[in-house]
Design a protein around this ligand. Structure first.
Ligand code: SF4
Ligand code: SF4
Length: 328
């Protein structure tokens, strides 16, 4: 079956999630307005915003491993984190190319850059390798700080601290009132995202680095059939991660984001497929359905087991969201 439909389908899924995340952001903003007494309309806090707290989720993970209990303050953050890890373990870094809003905006930028310059730019290989290492260093830094340097007592007190309780509000404030330094950094990242494909994801995102390492164990991989391949090079050209698909038989690289661009562009039917071990083909539609089902299933599992809604009462949000000593 022709896989050309996979790109419009993936982009549609990306935008669906982007709109949904935008909706969550607006609802959370309205909740915070209520908490601060700037609106009389109460909007329930959408717990999905905890997806924007990966560091808090990592500390929660350590807390869970230490105590055996999922912290009830930001349980959705940990549930989303584990869901995304599970997704990467089964379906490569599909989270990056199908769901992540930063991935969607990065892709929009580099496609815009391509239209503008008629090409995208890539640093020379030595520099590309050095820059790609940054995200792994950042990942190491986070893991080292949380899993090695933080004493068990410090983990527990961080989780229950007022600072962590309103980490979501502080994140919102960061985006609503960015400092000049943050604006310069965001502007710079945006500027570089036009000429360079997935600049932030490829070089700087520690979350992507972690998902890439996990995805090495994924059973599904882009697989080339050398008998059918005509060595046209279209797949290598289409790959946003600059992987030399044309000369590889099976893509094990942690840089593969499972975007299906190479497969969708391959002109020879059957030469390039997503396959399980034993050369079992995974049809595109099934892959897309699995991405959605696994993500939805993970969040549902959190809800059904009571690990989704925060235990912080609205009355506490009312107090903490107005307390300048906690907010800054
Ligand atoms: S190898 Fe294919 S699926 Fe993987 S990132 Fe490159 S284009 Fe996307
Ligand atoms: S696009 Fe298809 S035929 Fe062309 S090199 Fe890649 S796998 Fe071979």
């Amino acid at each position: 079956m022709c896989n050309r439909f996979m790109q419009p389908l993936r982009v549609a899924v990306q935008w669906l999630f982007l709109c949904f995340i935008g909706y969550l952001g607006v609802e959370f903003y309205r909740f915070v307005l209520y908490c601060r007494g700037e609106s009389a309309v109460f909007i329930p806090r959408p717990d999905g915003v905890e997806g924007f707290l990966p560091i808090s989720a990592l500390v929660s993970l350590r807390g869970w491993l230490l105590t055996g209990e999922i912290n009830p303050l930001h349980p959705a953050g940990l549930v989303l984190f584990l869901t995304i890890i599970g997704l990467s373990l089964l379906l490569k870094r599909s989270f990056c190319s199908w769901i992540c809003p930063v991935g969607t905006l990065s892709e929009l930028c580099w496609k815009g850059g391509f239209n503008l310059f008629r090409r995208n730019f890539r640093p020379p290989p030595w520099l590309d390798n050095v820059l790609r290492g940054i995200k792994y260093l950042l990942l190491l830094l986070f893991f080292w700080s949380i899993f090695v340097l933080m004493a068990p007592g410090a983990v527990i007190s961080f989780i229950s601290s007022d600072y962590n309780k309103i980490a979501d509000i502080r994140m919102l404030d960061f985006f609503l009132h960015p400092s000049l330094f943050s604006l310069i950094i965001i502007g710079l990242l945006l500027l570089l995202s036009f000429p360079v494909k997935n600049f932030f994801c490829r070089f700087l995102c520690p979350y992507g680095a972690l998902l890439g390492l996990v995805s090495i164990f994924s059973p599904v991989k882009v697989t080339r059939d050398p008998q059918l391949c005509v060595s046209c090079g279209v797949c290598s050209q289409a790959c946003p991660s600059h992987l030399p698909v044309m000369v590889m038989e099976r893509i094990h690289s942690p840089e593969c984001i499972g975007c299906w661009r190479c497969i969708a562009h391959c002109p020879v039917h059957g030469a390039l497929e997503m396959k399980l071990p034993g050369k079992i083909v995974v049809p595109g539609l099934l892959f897309a359905l699995l991405v959605l089902l696994l993500f939805w299933g993970g969040t549902m599992a959190g809800k059904v087991t009571g690990h989704w809604q925060t235990a912080i009462p609205v009355s506490e949000y009312l107090l903490l969201s107005r307390d300048p000593s906690v907010r800054h």
